[in-house]
Design a protein around this ligand. Structure first.
Ligand code: ZN
Ligand code: ZN
Length: 435
């Protein structure tokens, strides 16, 4: 039997297990930097398969992490992960939110091929439509398909370890925490673990709706997702009696309000699309008190890094200017960011060929603009910066409900397609059998 046929039969054999793993991750979703149960299961399974495992600050250097929850939240999530069946022997290095896992399998000479899968869920209460794998954790839900991505990664790792006779080189699996809010990739990219990676491939499940070729299974190489920066801002003023001595106060709410209206007045950039959004505000302590403090969460986005940087710098200028205008000060913390995803031609072509080899339908074109933002771009940029190749493949399927909504669900058949694309591409890059 040809190697590709052996791989396809293994994918068929392991699909029920892959679906069961996805459903287990779905039942026990975990927010960014809190993926203790998910990551410990992944580390344990990969270790059993013969992978060398790296976890802890070596994989996610502390100084480069962004948007990490408080110590109390991390501690509570850690305890709950143990109650929900985390593998305790893998947990210790992850304590404190170091939930990235890298699994390495060296198998003779050849290229180093990286694959990235994200693991985190979202703060959403899942709708109940009778699904037996519904989230058991109130207010937390896998509404972006990362449960499926993680399960695909485990299946790909299993098949590659069982089929070592079919390929030569090194595979490196990057199981990434905290993709939501674009927080986790930058630290993995800065770990040095991508320095020897020649090619890196990631995938994401998205709906077919509105696509140019809706019958296709896979878009080989996404391009042009929005670069973004997420910021937490605090305006510091001075409280005073609103009736007796308003002139003695410095009104933090006034500074924030001036900032918000002017953020939305940012002039456009000639290079293309941009976004700005203030998503939450919290301020003040009482009706008759000049507000001492005002906090807001905002984000900017841009069609490329130039436009995003422009939006970010303009936002900083507006915020600092608004604070100054009302005698306040401000602190601006970057809690997430990513560049634009730009898949390279060569690896995208190899993905496209892999689809055909594995009996899937790729889009007839290599690239298409991708909506939203995706921090895998940092891993891609790192590999490309030393001359490597990178691609982000979109697994098209009939999703239910909009992404990031309580009714979202995937069509699980996309998971076998995902495993086939990844494995087919590995064979195209370092397989021993020529077609
Ligand atoms: Zn998402
Ligand atoms: Zn996602």
């Amino acid at each position: 039997m040809k190697d590709r046929e052996v791989i396809l039969s293994k994918i068929r054999e392991y699909t029920p297990e892959m679906v069961a793993v996805r459903r287990s991750f779905h039942r026990y979703p975990e927010l960014g930097w809190c993926e203790f149960r998910t990551a410990s299961i992944i580390a344990y399974q990969l270790r059993k398969l013969g992978y060398r495992i790296l976890t802890g600050p070596e994989v996610t250097p502390e100084a480069l992490r962004m948007g990490v929850p408080s110590k109390e939240e991390l501690k509570e999530a850690y305890s709950e992960a143990i109650r929900n069946g985390a593998i305790t022997e893998e947990l210790l290095p992850m304590n404190g939110g170091f939930t990235g896992v890298v699994g390495i399998l060296e198998n003779g000479s050849g290229p180093v091929f990286g694959m990235r899968f994200d693991m985190d869920a979202l703060p959403i209460q899942e709708a109940d439509w009778g699904q037996e794998y519904r989230s058991v954790r109130p207010g937390i839900m896998h509404a972006c398909g990362h449960d499926a991505h993680a399960a695909i990664g485990l299946t790909v790792a299993k098949i590659l370890s069982e089929c070592r006779n079919m390929w030569s080189g090194t595979v490196k699996f990057f199981f990434q925490p905290a993709e939501e809010g674009a927080r986790g990739a930058r630290t993995m990219a800065g770990s040095g673990l991508l320095d020897d990676v020649d090619m890196i491939l990631g995938c994401h499940i998205f709906g077919r709706e509105g696509r140019k070729e809706p019958h296709a299974d896979v878009l080989p190489g996404a391009v042009g997702s929005l670069a973004t920066t997420k910021m937490d801002v605090v305006f510091h003023g001075k409280s005073a009696h609103a009736g007796s001595f308003p002139e003695k106060g410095k009104n933090a709410i006034l500074a924030m309000a001036a900032a918000i209206t002017n953020l939305y007045a940012t002039p456009r950039h000639s290079q293309g699309n941009s976004r700005v959004n203030v998503g939450t505000v919290h301020a003040g302590s009482g009706r008759n008190i000049i507000a001492e403090e005002a906090c807001m969460e905002l984000e900017v986005r841009g069609i490329n890094s130039v436009v995003n940087r422009y939006m970010e710098e303009y936002a900083r200028q507006v915020i600092e200017g608004a604070a100054l205008m009302h005698g306040c000060t401000c602190t601006i913390e970057t809690v997430g960011s990513c560049t634009s995803v730009e898949s390279t031609d060569r690896l995208s072509s190899l993905v496209q060929e892999a689809c055909t080899d594995m009996g899937l339908i790729p889009t007839s074109y290599l690239h298409e603009h991708s909506e939203g933002s995706e921090d895998f771009s940092y891993l891609m940029d790192t590999v490309k910066s030393h001359g490597g190749e990178a691609a982000f493949a979109i697994l098209l399927n009939n999703t239910q409900g909009p992404g990031h909504s309580p009714t979202f669900d995937i069509d699980e058949s996309a998971m076998a397609n995902g495993a086939a694309v990844m494995l087919g591409t590995v064979l195209n890059v370092m397989g021993k059998e020529t077609l």
